[in-house]
Design a protein around this ligand. Structure first.
Ligand code: MTE
Ligand code: MO
Length: 373
């Protein structure tokens, strides 16, 4: 316990929950995601391997683009900063396994509740500008991403994680090569000096300590692309079923999700309190959030929330709802976001799959009014 604390202290983290020590994995309790922009101190951490070596001069960091391109590139971070238009977007980064803890039976992997997500301001250049400078060949179909971190045994023979995306996602303006987070140099623990941020899709695409992008003529097959990694069954499975031979598809956009960030779970209000201000955030992968509603009676009645406008695509919305409480007692406040295609969050964790992806069951917090409840 002691050294788990110090690992997080070392990175200046504030009350994150450690899910794994080696590799280091830590999530943010929902009530600490109450800021419009998630502070670095509260941003979740997900590593699949050990940390790479730190380098003295971030601007000397190098990365390459090769494969199905006319002119392979080998660029320093300094060159990247000066050669391409610099952009800042506030965007959600979310682990593909966010929500996994709510599956029954328990699925393989880190038991994220809803805190494997955060929304930061990312500064960098659009990957599409760099790929265009390299000149994509007609055969360019998919990216493969490489980082400087060894795997969880310390070996550099294979990547800790090496995922990739179809060219259409790689060419979106918001898919960035990032060197700054919330206006500060990208922290080492978040992939500094250089990482990818691929918003809306599983966080595993957002390669940290980025050293290479391999443009491929087919789907990438690095660690994290094959077997059941970041894949879900095409046909729904019975909870707990053996997925050995079932047909799977690769995960793309993350599903719609909202979290209640205030009150915190277990909050107690004074007897006689008859209104409660509820606050939270919502996001929807590649899609947009159409609405957020709250219920204190298990979904019998709903109160629509007021939402802020996202600053840019992939920003989360912040929402508030003013809810009347009929009397003292025990209440479970549930928040349900709906995306622009009408897909809402379910009450129960559905679509069970062995690696526990895509669970977006509604977040609920308990509040008690008065001393009796
Ligand atoms: N090089 C490298 N990049 C990586 C990973 C990793 O283990 N190694 N983990 C990925 C996963 S699974 C997630 S969810 C995000 C987490 O980013 P964060 O630690 O900055 O929150 O980084 C991704 N990029
Ligand atoms: Mo992840």
């Amino acid at each position: 316990m002691q050294d788990q604390m110090s690992a997080l202290d070392l990175f200046g983290k504030d009350r994150l929950t450690v899910l794994g020590k080696t590799p280091l994995v830590a999530e943010t309790p929902e009530s600490l995601l109450d800021d419009d922009t998630t502070p670095i101190s509260r941003f979740f951490i997900r590593n699949n391997g050990l940390f790479p070596e730190r380098i003295e001069d971030p601007d000397a960091w190098r990365f390459t683009v090769d494969g199905e391109v006319e002119h392979p590139l080998d660029l320093s971070l300094a060159e990247l900063k000066s050669r391409f238009p610099v952009k800042t977007f506030r965007m959600v980064l979310e682990c593909g396994g966010n929500g996994r803890a709510f599956f029954e039976p328990q699925a393989e992997g880190n038991a994220w509740t809803n805190g494997g997500a955060g929304c930061a301001e990312w500064t960098g250049v659009s990957l599409c500008d760099v790929l265009r400078a390299a000149g994509l060949k007609d055969t360019a179909r998919f990216t493969g991403h490489f980082g400087a971190d060894p795997d969880n045994t310390g070996s550099f023979e294979k990547q800790a994680m090496s995922r990739g995306m179809p060219m259409a996602k790689a060419l979106e303006e918001h898919t960035l090569l990032v060197w700054a987070m919330n206006g500060e140099p990208l922290p080492f623990v978040h992939g500094g000096p250089l990482r990818l941020v691929v918003p809306g899709w599983p966080g595993s695409l957002s390669q940290k300590w980025l050293t290479r992008i391999w443009v491929r003529d087919r789907e990438h097959d690095g660690p994290g692309m094959t077997g059941l990694s970041y894949r879900v069954p095409v046909h729904p499975l019975a909870p707990g079923a053996d997925a050995g031979q079932v047909e799977t598809r690769i995960l793309e956009s993350m599903p719609v999700r909202s979290i209640v960030t205030a009150p915190a779970d277990g909050f107690r209000l004074a007897a006689g309190t008859r209104r409660i201000a509820v606050r939270g955030a919502a996001w929807a992968g590649d899609d947009t959030v159409a609405r957020v509603d709250c219920s204190i009676d298990g979904g019998a009645t709903w109160v629509p929330a007021q939402m802020t406008l996202p600053r840019n695509p992939y920003d989360w919305v912040r929402w508030t709802a003013d809810i009347a409480l009929p009397g003292d007692g025990y209440y479970e406040i549930a928040a349900r976001a709906t995306d622009s295609l009408g897909r809402a969050q379910p009450f129960r964790a559905v679509n069970w799959n062995p690696n526990g992806y895509g669970c977006n069951v509604m977040h609920r917090v308990v509040v008690r009014v008065g001393e009796g409840a």
